[in-house]
Design a protein around this ligand. Structure first.
Ligand SMILES: Nc1ncnc2c1ncn2[C@@H]1O[C@H](COP(=O)(O)OP(=O)(O)O)[C@@H](O)[C@H]1O
Ligand SMILES: [Mg+2]
Length: 276
């Protein structure tokens, strides 16, 4: 027996199914509301107190579906990293709600949120955050250990993660022996170890040259289009525009734009690559 949520998104058809589907009209009309996997509503984040109080985010509502790469743009200081941190359950907003896979996480303990993050959200930090003394493979194994996975199985999963980012022959290298693009791909591999449906990446190409930037961009786009994951990329870099499905724009902590830029049938071969 289908439940309501399944019925709403089901491809099954028939007069009764259509009748019931129509009864959801309104909610169904919004493509985002149809199957939001990650959602914030009326979220505000404040820093400082009293007269020094400033909004990093002010009353922001936005929802994301799987299979899409969303570009989160805006000038420096507009709240992009703060919004990504709220979406990644790393920062708790002062007001508003955060829903991850249908769960409102208000009131969740830190350990419950940590577990949710580990299982469902791959977060790629701007500055790679790799341990300098550990090889690429060890950096990934460390993250797996923190998730309670060790031994041969962990090693095989780490090898698969390196293969997924095209670094299967570079697992033995230290960060200082890798290019910026390679380090960023290790950081992405590490974010993929638990096979999370949600990938959040903060300025993943900011410090990369054109070629490495392309590799990272194609990788993230593939995670959305080929693997149906939800991918949100923060960048103030226009080079991302031809690659994203949707562009969300922040300014002074407020959401000022939200456009679908192309549909999911766009193949990499037919869209322009990042170029400097
Ligand atoms: N930990 C913090 N303490 C105080 N202010 C902060 C902190 N983090 C961010 N801010 C402020 O919040 C605003 C948004 O920051 P951020 O989300 O990092 O912007 P962006 O990523 O778009 O550059 C900025 O004005 C910034 O100075
Ligand atoms: Mg930032």
């Amino acid at each position: 027996m289908l439940n309501t949520a399944e019925l709403k998104t089901s491809r099954t058809t028939g007069p009764l199914v259509e009748l019931v589907k129509k009864s959801f009209t309104g909610r169904l009309q919004s493509p985002v509301a149809q199957a939001a996997m990650l959602e914030v509503q009326n979220v505000s984040v404040e820093y400082g107190a009293g007269r020094a109080m400033a909004y990093a985010l002010e009353d922001v509502s936005v929802a994301f579906r799987p299979g899409k790469l969303t570009l989160l743009m805006g000038p420096s200081g507009s709240g992009k990293t703060t919004l990504l941190s709220v979406l990644g359950c790393l920062v708790t907003p002062n007001r508003g709600s955060v829903r991850v896979l249908g769960n409102d996480i208000a009131g969740w303990s830190e350990s419950a949120k940590t577990e949710l993050r580990r299982e469902k959200i791959g977060y790629v930090f701007q500055a790679f955050r790799l341990f300098r003394a550990l090889t690429a493979m060890e950096n990934i194994l460390l993250a797996m250990e923190l998730s309670g996975r060790t031994g041969r199985q962990a090693r095989e999963a780490a090898e698969a993660a390196l293969l997924a980012v095209g670094l299967e022959n570079k697992g033995h290298l230290l960060p200082k022996e890798m290019s910026g693009g390679e380090k960023q791909r290790v950081a992405i591999a590490r974010a993929l170890i638990n096979d999370p449906p949600i990938i959040l990446a903060d300025e993943p190409t900011a410090s990369l040259d054109s070629k490495s930037g392309n590799q990272v961009a194609e990788l993230l786009l593939g995670l959305a289009e080929k693997q149906n994951r939800l991918v949100v990329v923060v960048s103030h870099d226009n080079r991302w525009l031809p690659l994203c499905h949707r562009k969300v724009v922040l300014q002074n902590g407020c959401l000022i734009g939200d456009d679908m830029t192309r549909n999911t049938t766009g193949k990499l071969g037919r869209v322009s690559r990042l170029s400097v």
